[in-house]
Design a protein around this ligand. Structure first.
Ligand code: LLP
Length: 424
């Protein structure tokens, strides 16, 4: 038995009514589900704004939202309104940000394999910075420079050679990584020599990103420490420490706040004599806890003596994280948010795969029934953005709730969308 849902996992502007019904941003979740259908991503808009404001306060020298965590036009507008830059990792993310009206100089382009076309797009619109990841990319930038003589501002992505405490798939700071120029191998030194001497780029800084969902402040500290000699020797105006701040997903987890994270990193950098502007790129810590996903329970299967499967109308196509990383989530019924959760269940999706699960070990009230709306909290990051159309399931809609108003920001896909690109 798991007790009621720990309310600290809910978005900031959540309210449980006397009858147990949950509203977010003043919008009752069962009403929102009835109006927009399920599966549905419901964001607390003010929660998103508050996290952006915290990030801006924690990194006064500049901070970009890592759009890969969750991106749509409304989200790009929101983070820009709140004073953040935007980290885009592909031509596609760049395009969405520009479509939202974000000025190109507010954008930072990432990617370990940027195509010539992506680099050309970024240069033409004038993105603020390009984070160069490889020697091949430097060469592509040189080729483009030969045509027009333009030298974009760039940072070099350096892998500090430390292993962050996180899942292997989201660890990026180790020497054995597809990302960046390794410090230990000497690649970082060669890259900086080349870039400094090259007329094709205007080298303005150094970048690192050690991984994602990192809870242990020591990992960031170790990474900064590993970078100190390099950063101080080359004395460039900007040092970006990337993203990676973890968030609690389930009962018992806790993470540093944005202010703690920013404070600790900047203190470590200053103590070590780094005078560069310290910038960062949080994604998950902005978006994850701002949203819950709503599903409808369709079948309940008891396997006597083993477990109960609750099948819902979404699955690995709206949240692949449990399948990819074994990530844990809580679950609850928004009609009885503060009820004791006495029934152990496995929440599974509707895909044709046994592995398609959303909550491996979940708990719900005993009276869970067909047609109940079921929610998973902390699903605002890397769910919608990593979603798919597997089994031709329609991608869910996204709603932003604030002050009692539920605003549709991404409409649900239609069957017609599924054949839109087919050539007959
Ligand atoms: N900057 C760079 C260069 C990155 O590669 C990332 C994330 C971030 C910033 C933002 O990291 P965050 O603050 O969100 O941790 N799909 C995985 C996470 C992959 C993260 C990829 N890069 C997951 O669902 O856990």
């Amino acid at each position: 038995m798991a007790g009621p849902l720990p309310t600290h996992l809910l978005p900031e502007h959540s309210e449980i009514a006397a009858d147990g019904r949950l509203s977010i941003g003043g919008c009752d979740l069962l009403d929102v589900a009835a109006e927009f259908g399920t599966p549905l991503f419901v964001y607390d808009e003010q929660h998103l704004r508050n996290r952006c404001r915290e990030a801006v306060a924690a990194f006064p020298d500049g901070v970009a939202y890592a759009t890969k965590a969750f991106l749509c036009v409304a989200m790009a507008k929101l983070v820009h309104e709140e004073g953040m830059d935007l980290d885009v990792a592909t031509g596609g993310e760049l395009h969405v940000a520009l479509t939202a009206g974000v000025p190109a100089e507010k954008l930072v382009l990432h990617g370990n394999n940027k195509s010539l076309a992506e680099l050309a797009y970024a240069r033409t619109v004038g993105v603020g910075r390009i984070v160069v990841d490889s020697f091949d990319e430097l060469e592509r930038l040189t080729r483009l420079h030969q045509d027009d003589g333009y030298a974009p501002k760039v940072l070099l992505r350096i892998t500090p050679g430390i292993e962050a405490h996180t899942h292997e798939f989201v660890m990026t700071g180790q020497e054995d990584s597809k990302f960046g120029f390794g410090l230990r191998s000497g690649a970082a030194g060669r890259a900086i020599e080349l870039a400094s001497a090259s007329p094709a780029v205007d080298l303005v800084g150094i970048h690192m990103h050690i991984g994602s969902q990192v809870f242990v402040a020591d990992s960031f500290h170790d990474a900064v420490e590993a970078m100190v000699p390099f950063v101080t020797t080359h004395d460039l105006p900007e040092f970006s420490i990337g993203g990676g701040l973890g968030v609690p997903y389930v009962e018992g987890e806790s993470a540093p706040t944005m202010a703690d994270w920013g404070g600790a990193i900047q203190a470590a950098a200053r103590e070590a004599g780094i005078t560069a502007r310290i910038t960062a790129e949080p994604g998950r810590s902005i978006a994850a806890a701002a949203a819950v996903t709503l599903y409808t329970v369709g079948t309940i299967k008891d396997v006597p003596g083993v477990r109960t499967f609750l099948s819902v109308d979404g699955g690995m196509s709206d949240n692949p994280r449990p399948v990819l990383y074994g990530s844990g989530y809580e679950t609850f019924l928004p009609r009885a948010t503060d009820a004791e959760r006495t029934k152990p269940v496995r929440v599974v999706g509707k895909h044709c795969e046994s592995g398609d699960l959303l909550v491996r070990e979940g708990w719900v009230p005993d009276d869970v029934a067909i047609d109940d709306v079921l929610a998973t909290p902390v699903t605002g990051a890397y769910g919608h953005s990593m979603g798919s159309n597997y089994n031709k399931i329609l991608r869910p809609a996204v709603v932003f709730c604030r002050d009692g108003d539920a605003r549709l920001v991404v409409r649900r896909e239609s069957f017609d969308d599924l054949v839109r690109n087919d050539v007959v």
